[in-house]
Design a protein around this ligand. Sequence first.
Ligand code: AMP
Length: 371
Amino acid sequence: MATPKILAPGASIGILGGGQLGRMLALAAAQMGYRTHVFCPEADNPASHVATQATFAAYDDEKALAAFAAAVDVVTYEFENVPAATALFLEHHTLVRPSWRALETAQDRIKEKTFFANIGVVTAPWRAVNSEADLQSALSEIGCPAVLKTSRLGYDGKGQANILSANDISTAWAVIGGGKAKPHADGAAFAVLEGFVNFECEISVIVARGVSGEVMAFEPARNVHTHHILDTSTVPARVNSSAVLKAITATGLAATRLDLVGLLAVEYFVTKTGDVIANEMAPRPHNSGHWTMDACQTDQFQQMVRAVCGLPLVDPARFADVTMKNLIGDYLNNLAAQMTNPNAHVHLYGKAEARAGRKMGHVNHLTWPKT
Ligand code: AMP
């Protein structure tokens, strides 16, 4: 049977992953009249608390995946460490948006950088690394300082080490788990060495791309990380207009060349000279897009529901200046003060335990008039 162009309200959106991004996606879907079905290994998670239905099973449980595919009209994902093989398996049974190919490209730093190079988007210089000897020769080509990263499964600074001089090679290799390094089953390298970018600031752009290929971009956000975890995203980003244009154009191009249906977020370094250098991408909603929930006509989650269900995208114009602040770890200390400010929009993820480094919620601080 041919795929219907539009999945009408009442259809069920399957979500791989049970975190806060899935939770906010499920809330947006519910508001728009859709049902949601979360699939993830862990019970009692932020997304399943608000979804219509949940399946708790392993990502390689083919029986559970087939039943899940039969119960939903489209599948999407809320984090990119869902195994690509899971998305590929589901593609044989139902619609998967964005496709497994987009997921596979984004979850491997080397595939991602190769993709950026193929479409003419600049990244930091890099070399694939599979051993300490590889690292030594890569460092002699790239030079110091440099950043060593595992090619897969790194997040929030995990699986990453800075190299300031050749003396750091052994330590950096050990820090990223190099002792057990071997290439991945598909031949992809274990790690990548990147030249250090002396950036002025970091920004990110999120675009939505619909089934007919139309692209709508949110404005870039200026992101500040603390201990490698996103702390704030501010819009407008206050970078020059040519950097804004380059970042939006590159993100739209990447979404188009991936033939992606859904959301694509790309993080960039902006240098003093106005160069825009792509760092990494995610084919899903993004923490640096949470500001859109209170400062835009349509937020990233609503726009994603529109895209994956084949509805028209709308202009997500911003109507206020905004800083999104993540509430990390022991957030309760600040919460009472936030709650008394009518321009501070608090979003909590319903996680029981406030562990250090854990994202518990975020606050959008709005100011008017918009600049
Ligand atoms: P990533 O996991 O690639 O997003 O890296 C986390 C953070 O580390 C980035 O947001 C940057 O602040 C910093 N970082 C990563 N790669 C580089 C690089 N090549 N040059 C400078 N800083 C980097």
